[in-house]
Design a protein around this ligand. Sequence first.
Ligand code: CCH
Length: 285
Amino acid sequence: EQAKAAGVFTPKQEDYQKVYDKIAQLLVEHDEYDDGSYGPVLVRLAWHASGTYDAETKTGGSNGATMRFPPEGDHGANAGLHAARDFLDPVQKEFPWITYSDLWTLAGVAAIQEMQGPKIPWRPGRNDRDVSYCTPDGRLPDASKEQKHLRAIFNRMGFNDQEIVALSGAHALGRCHTDRSGFSGPWTFSPTVLTNDYYKLLMEEKWAYKKWDGPKQFEDVSTKTLMMLPTDMALIKDKSFKSYVEKYAKDNDAFMHDFSNVVMKLFELGVPFQTEERMTFKTSE
Ligand code: CCH
């Protein structure tokens, strides 16, 4: 850190690739977690760090890593993300020159690529900020709501309908945990591999309310092992959203292409970059 402050050490692409490789290695080593990978929760960390952005006031976003502090770390939407932050602690110790805010988005990129997703071009330049930059609660989406809320939240960040649907395909990954969000279960049968299955399942499965004491959610009628949130179902209730769900269900390449673009944009919200140049990381074998 001192070296960086003194301008002695300017990390290059190969240095960031080393950070990427370390994360990829830890992902393999810690395959005991959840469905066999920390990948999904790393993607959720990068998204929740970025998705607080408000285009009008230019506040929030991945610059700052203010989720390290209460109150933001304690916001209901961020429940459980300590698992992802703790996972990255040894990486930060090994590469103390990288900011937390660069590390979290880089980890999101690494997780997506290591889970067979597309390459996500990335650039450094985020600075960690103090607790006074914490965003107010309520900037991230509420899963119990529907299309009107989705548009309000994502338009605030600067995303249109197509981008909202493309971003939502991240729910091919991971699962809901009752002790975090209160919801339960995975969206797909392969929660540690990025595919367009989320869209296929939305279109092809029959979904019904799950009968349980928990919050309102949907389950697939045929196996009763998968789930959809009310916000997920909104994507096939709304005509405009549904046209993109149909497109991505039919065309995995189109999904991968659009997902890469929209995640790149998400991870860059509100960052005052010094460089136009992005780097693309080599995925491990
Ligand atoms: Fe999400 N998400 N997400 N999500 N999310 C949850 C889990 C993941 C919403 C609600 C939830 C995006 C959009 C939305 C991931 C990535 C993205 C959970 C369960 C809820 C609830 C949390 C738990 O219990 O552990 C809502 C509402 C929206 C509205 O659009 C977007 C956008 C992305 C990324 C681009 C990932 C990955 C997970 C799995 C995390 C895990 O631990 O497995």
